[in-house]
Design a protein around this ligand. Structure first.
Ligand SMILES: [Fe+2]
Length: 476
């Protein structure tokens, strides 16, 4: 009996009235929705694009540095029917900008999973680990390009973005995989967790060897199902964030928002040796808050230092309120865990609203001086990407702003090193931004040493790229 069957059987043990309510809450795609009734995630540059294109020799303003060789792939939600009930549930579409010898080409493709092929909605895809929207992130590990979402298996695509198949690590993965795994730059291990809400274990930890073999899985005890979007690693530890964005099945069944911010449940960081298990975790209390994305974490003596985009609250207006308002938008905070005292010092570093934080991937889990994030408009009612990219000096607690210009809206900043061995001070930040003045999307390349100056170049993309989620630079 496979896990899907088990899940279905467990579901079917629910009292029939509850099951009926649950099934009635399955969203049906509505392709005929009028423009003025569209939810925010289907309007403007959130609206999906229809075409899958492949275009060579793109228009470039400025010169692409000759040292850049590889491709930037970004994932994002692009509902194939034109409609999805929530931003989280659109079909994954990959946008790739390939750069070589100062020239750029573009390609975009859907990730073709059962969720795509059968045009599923949120609940329809809930009980099949293969039925992933595959819409949140894309990484490369052990020569595989993995497209990720947080409630299902990853899906593999090839270099041409064609879907190869789902990936369960030769049958060893028996639950979902986060969209935010981490690759250790020193060991090349892939570390990740999976969380699930309908049944235990609510949290599971996994470790994959450099050559792609799943070598460790550990069930982790947490008292209740919570949304755990991201996490942290250091050289010797992983750090889970058990934060009070709590999943409530009763609420889901009643058709209400299934996630509630419940500060009374408390908030904890769980520090575990990378080869440890549940019994080895030190749980350290912090003030109730929510974090979608940390920036990075590292060890220093008996301390672990984390930089995170911390929100005071999360989704207080329901699932639609992903961000929106000062309390539910991230600001850069520094958390210092004292492993001996089992305490955490919490300090706000900066007051700029931001998220989608990154460092040089080669410093994941190690001490990075520079961190990057995208501005979020904290005064907007719904998730609104801001007009700035930010560079933070994490040693001096200072910030340098890259102004994208009026009516230009950001995307996640991804660091591209000048060469394999160059320092984090030498390289560029790439982001796909939307220029509403010309109604076009652009890949901008910003020199990190001159971060407040104009980009060294802008690659004009041949079609609008909807605001999306995360991506990776894959060097050649
Ligand atoms: Fe994310």
């Amino acid at each position: 009996m496979n896990i899907q069957t088990v899940a279905t059987k467990l579901l079917l043990k629910l009292p029939q009235p509850i099951l009926n309510k649950l099934m009635r809450s399955v969203p049906k795609n509505n392709k005929n929705i009028k423009n003025n009734e569209k939810p925010w995630h289907l309007k403007g540059n959130w609206a999906p694009v229809e075409k899958e294109l492949e275009v060579q020799n793109l228009e470039v303003i400025g010169d692409i540095p000759k040292e850049i060789s590889g491709k930037y792939i970004r994932n994002g939600m692009n509902p194939v029917s034109g409609y999805s009930d929530h931003w989280f549930f659109g079909n994954g579409m990959l946008h790739s900008v390939e750069i070589e010898n100062g020239k750029a080409s573009y390609k975009n493709k859907y990730v073709r999973t059962p969720y795509f092929e059968n045009d599923m909605g949120m609940m329809e895809g809930s009980f099949d680990l293969k039925a992933s929207p595959a819409n949140t992130h894309v990484i490369r590990h052990a020569d595989k390009i993995l497209t990720l979402e947080e409630a299902h298996f990853p899906w593999i695509v090839n270099d041409d973005l064609e879907t190869v198949g789902s990936h369960d690590f030769e049958g060893k993965l028996n639950g979902p995989m986060t969209a935010h795994p981490r690759i250790c730059p020193e060991t090349n291990e892939l570390l990740f967790f999976g969380y699930q809400m309908m049944k235990k274990p609510y949290l599971t930890y996994h470790r994959v060897s450099a050559d792609g073999e799943l070598i460790q899985s550990e069930e982790i005890d947490i008292p209740r199902p919570v949304m755990m979007h991201d996490w942290n690693i250091t050289r010797n530890y992983v750090i889970f964030m058990d934060l009070p964005l709590v999943f409530d099945l009763d609420q889901a069944v009643s058709g209400s928002d299934p996630f509630g911010f419940r500060p009374e449940c408390g908030a904890r960081l769980g520090v575990m040796p990378r080869d440890g298990s549940n019994k080895d975790i030190k749980w350290i209390d912090i003030n109730p808050c929510f974090v979608f994305h940390p920036m990075n974490a590292y060890e220093e003596d008996n301390k672990i230092i984390l930089h995170v985009c911390r929100q005071n609250k999360a989704m207080v207006g329901g699932m639609d309120e992903i961000y929106g308002g000062k309390d539910t938008t991230g600001k850069l905070w520094k958390w210092t865990i004292d492993l001996d005292a089992e305490t955490c010092k919490e300090e706000q570093i900066d007051d700029a609203a931001c998220d989608f934080a990154r460092v040089d991937d080669r410093l994941t889990g190690l001490k990075a001086k520079n961190g990057y994030a995208m501005a979020i408009d904290e005064n907007a009612k719904t998730l609104t990407f801001g007009q700035f990219l930010y560079k933070f000096n994490l040693e001096k607690n200072t910030r340098t702003d890259h102004d994208l210009g009026d009516n230009v809206f950001g995307g996640e900043p991804v660091f591209v090193p000048k060469s394999k061995d160059s320092s984090e001070e030498e390289g560029w930040v790439m982001a796909i931004v939307f220029d509403d003045n010309i109604k076009k999307s652009k890949l901008i390349i910003v020199d990190v040493e001159n971060f407040d100056k104009k980009p060294v170049c802008e690659v004009i993309l041949p079609q609008r790229v909807p605001f999306g989620a995360h991506g990776s630079w894959l060097s050649n």
